[in-house]
Structure formats: C-alpha cells, structure tokens
Design a protein. Structure first.
Length: 278
C-alpha cells in the first residue's frame, strides 16, 4: 500500500506549506465523463527530465524539462510545471481552517477525526456523493489557482487515503472522487497526474481520467511496470535510495524520467540536497 512511502515528498511539503487558505467560492464541479478533454490539455513531455521541488522552489537543473512544485509556489518560468495538490487529506497548517469552515468534510469515526498515522493530516470525508462534490468544489479552487499561476498540470496526492480510513472510505469512493478531480483539472485546462496508488490502475490505460503518473519508490516495491503499462512513457519516477535509482536507470532510464532525490527534498544550494537524473 502507498501509505508505506511518500517519505520525502510529504515530509518536505508538510514542513513548508503556508497556513494561508484562499477563501472558497461556489464553483461548478466538472465531471470527467461529461465533457470532452480540453484541447489545451497536454500531458508532460516524455523523458524530458524531472525534478520534485516540494521542499522549496529553485532554478531547474540543466536537462530538466518538467518541474513539480507546491500549489503555493510560483510555476517554473520555463519548461512544464506540475502543481502539487493534496486532494484527499488536509495539510497540517490548514486544519484549523477546515475545522472552522467545513467540519462536516473531515472524516470521523465515533466522533473523532481520522488522522493519517504517519503525518499530521486529517482525511477528507468522501463517503457520499454530496460530500465528494463539496470536497471537489474546494479542491477545484486550488486547481484553478494552479492554472492562474501558469502551471500545465496538477498532481493529486493521497489517492490511497482509503487504506488508513479505518474502513470508512472505500476504493469506490476514491475512484469516484478521482474522476471528479481529473474532470475538474481538465475543465481548467490542466493535465491530471496520478500519485502512487498502483492498486487503482487495474490494468487500464489512463485510469480514472489521469494523463500521467508521478511515482515514488516503484523500483523498491516492484510496481513500475504497472505505471508504464497504464501511461507509457508519461511516468515520472522518484527514487530515494541510490541502489534502487541505479537499477531503475538500467531498467527504464532510456524511456521515462527517473530522478534520485534526498528524502527531505532540500532545495539546491542547501546542505543535504541530492539531485541526479539517469
């Protein structure tokens, strides 16, 4: 299950996310099957070099054409920008806003919030159609913000929240929410990226409307082929272990973007920063 990973991406992102939350307006939910894929939506270029910059933005290294940053950060001035959005859980810095503005959308069991056991985040309640629509209205505002900042795509994190929901969220709830979110992204002119959660692929091509995938440690968990079968060469692989990175480069480095990063995703120029492409 994906709960065992995302060590670097979620740690770095949780440490730096601002507590400011944009006010929410009532926005229409765009169903993925209800409208054609926008002509402006383009998936990231294949094997163009990738960098995951959730620990802080910096100038992309030479040879990098695709950069992922947090939704609060400016889009990269050149290349293809991917905007990180936590679509299924709160960020720790925003939990007070959720409790004040939308307590009904925080997942609870016997009155207690269901928290991620590894990270200071509360799961969002996507267990009914009405609650799914409400969550997507809020997350949709963030997706719109990514488009306004100049990003070309969004990556939707915590697809695997059902695995730590104490049985409250089903795979069906997750799949239905993912379809709403990918449709919302396409309606904003953005491609939509799957983050981990190989279990949701089920042998499909571009499952649930996703256009590409950002995957962590798939070499270590022997899942990479599941992503490449679903997305072809539109896969960005992040490894944190040098031995796994070398094996990944030998197996797929000529076909997809693979990067070695440090667990904390430290920005360039600071102690501990690691970046290497195949």
């Amino acid at each position: 299950m994906d709960g065992r990973r995302r060590i670097g991406a979620r740690l770095a992102h949780g440490l730096r996310l601002s507590g400011a939350v944009v006010g929410i307006s009532a926005l229409a939910v765009v169903l993925s099957g209800a409208r054609a894929h926008s002509a402006s939506v383009q998936a990231p270029p294949a094997n163009a070099g990738f960098d995951l910059q959730l620990g802080g933005a910096y100038a992309p290294p030479a040879g990098v054409g695709v950069v992922e940053r947090d939704r609060t950060a400016p889009a990269p001035p050149t290349g293809y920008g991917v905007c990180y959005v936590n679509g299924f859980q709160t960020q720790d810095a925003e939990i007070a806003w959720w409790r004040r503005a939308h307590p009904e959308l925080l997942l609870r069991v016997r009155g207690r919030e269901v928290r991620d056991p590894d990270w200071p985040e509360t799961l969002l309640d996507i267990t009914t159609p009405a609650r799914r629509r409400a969550v997507v209205r809020i997350v949709g505002r963030w997706i719109d913000g990514c488009a306004r900042r100049g990003y070309r795509a969004v990556e939707l994190d915590n697809l695997d929240s059902w695995t730590r929901s104490k049985g409250r969220i089903t795979v069906g709830d997750t799949r239905a929410t993912a379809r709403l979110l990918t449709g919302r992204a396409h309606g904003a002119g953005l491609a939509a990226g799957q983050k981990n959660a190989a279990e949701l692929i089920r042998g499909a091509r571009r499952p649930l409307g996703f256009d590409f995938a950002v995957v962590e440690q798939c070499q270590e968990y022997d899942e990479c082929d599941r992503y490449t079968r679903a997305y072809g060469d539109r896969v960005m692989e992040v490894e944190y272990d040098p031995a796994a990175f070398r094996a990944a480069c030998a197996a797929r480095g000529a076909r997809i973007s693979i990067v070695l990063r440090d667990l904390d995703l430290v920005p360039a120029g600071r102690p501990g920063h690691v970046f290497r492409g195949c």
